[in-house]
Design a protein around this ligand. Structure first.
Ligand SMILES: NCCC[C@H](NC(=O)CCC(=O)O)C(=O)O
Ligand SMILES: NC(=O)OP(=O)(O)O
Length: 325
């Protein structure tokens, strides 16, 4: 694996999930694979889980890790070409990415969308430039439109908590309220991974969102889309809670009539569903604390699984690096 940016970078989904679960039961099987290799984690936005779980994964593979909080500690980055840099930006991504590639064997990058210009965000201009200029394999730590380490984790978590063989788990991604305009990266990515998992006979996938919150079609092909939360979650085995801002009316928040927050009474409509969320979650706005603190919540186990997703992906990248050299 030379890059990990979307589900399209994974040749065999089921195998990668299996490998992650094997690493979970035996974390140090490849403890020397990454010896004398350096992972650089570059953050343009905040992070708790991605930062710590990816570091831990790399350490368990024997790698050295360097973290750069570019947003707070780096020079202000210019990403546009052909501009005279007489404003606030100090360093161009052409040099910054190329220099980081000199220090690291694999780089990870987190960069959120600005949510102002849809075309610009969805072109993934910054991420693509970083990948092209750094000249080493790049792992997405969440880009403008996707969060593949999270989605792989989510698939691992569903596989781990589903034991019936007679039928597929009903997985419902449910839009939730929020006060801020949030990116579509997590829901786009979850949907993209679940649609692939559905096509490969692993899950049955539904999306529930209010009118006006449709995601870009390229991420949702094959999913059942419903505009009533109650109808969508009926009989659900997993409910994946997430807020996102409008894609159609880009980056905007529309007010909604129906109550969209999952609480205990909503859960009675489901098949004793497990409730997932990528975190961070705003209690009693996006998700009721009675659910987060109750037996249906899977959010802590899910966050724990971030380590095994990252470790499986880094292992594949290291194997490729070693076979290329
Ligand atoms: N990396 C996981 C989610 C990151 C981001 N959440 C946030 O920005 C939450 C901010 C807040 O709640 O104020 C998102 O939804 O894409
Ligand atoms: N879920 C997730 O990516 O969390 P962080 O933003 O804290 O890394």
């Amino acid at each position: 694996m030379k890059q990990f940016f979307s589900v399209a970078d994974v040749a065999n989904l089921s195998q990668l999930v299996d490998e992650a679960l094997q690493l979970k039961s035996n974390p140090f099987t490849a403890a020397n694979l990454g010896k004398r290799k350096t992972l650089g984690l570059v953050f343009l936005n905040p992070s708790l889980r991605t930062r710590l779980s990816t570091q831990k994964a790399a350490i368990q593979l024997g790698m050295d890790v360097m973290v750069m909080n570019m947003d707070k500690e780096g020079w202000a980055l210019e990403t546009k070409d052909g501009v005279t840099m007489d404003g606030n930006t100090v360093e161009h991504i052409r040099e910054a990415a190329a220099v980081m590639g000199q220090y690291c064997d694999i780089l990870g990058l987190r960069s959120f969308p600005k949510l102002q210009d849809r075309e610009e965000d969805y072109s993934e201009d910054l991420f693509r430039k970083f990948m092209s200029y750094c000249k080493v394999p790049v792992i997405s730590l969440e880009s403008a439109t996707r969060h593949p380490l999270q989605s792989l984790t989510d698939l691992i978590t569903i596989r781990e908590h589903w034991h019936e063989t007679a039928r597929l788990p009903k997985v419902v991604m449910a839009w939730a309220p929020h006060i801020k305009a949030l990116p579509q990266a997590v829901p786009n990515s979850f949907s993209e991974w679940m649609c692939r998992a559905q096509a490969e006979g692993m899950v049955d996938f539904t999306i529930a969102h209010p009118v006006g919150y449709a995601l870009a079609e390229e991420f949702t092909r094959g999913a059942t889309v419903m505009h009533s939360l109650d109808e969508a979650i009926e009989g659900a085995d997993f409910v994946y809670v997430k807020n996102w801002s409008s894609y159609e009316d880009y980056g905007k928040i529309h007010s909604v009539d129906e109550r969209w927050m999952i609480d205990s009474s909503k859960l009675t409509l489901t098949n004793e569903a497990k409730v997932m969320h990528c975190l961070p979650v705003r209690r009693d706005l996006e998700l009721a604390s009675e659910v987060l603190d109750g037996p249906h919540a899977l959010v802590i186990q899910e966050a724990g699984n971030r380590v095994w997703a990252a470790q499986a992906v880094l292992k594949r990248m290291l194997e490729q690096l070693l076979s290329d050299n």
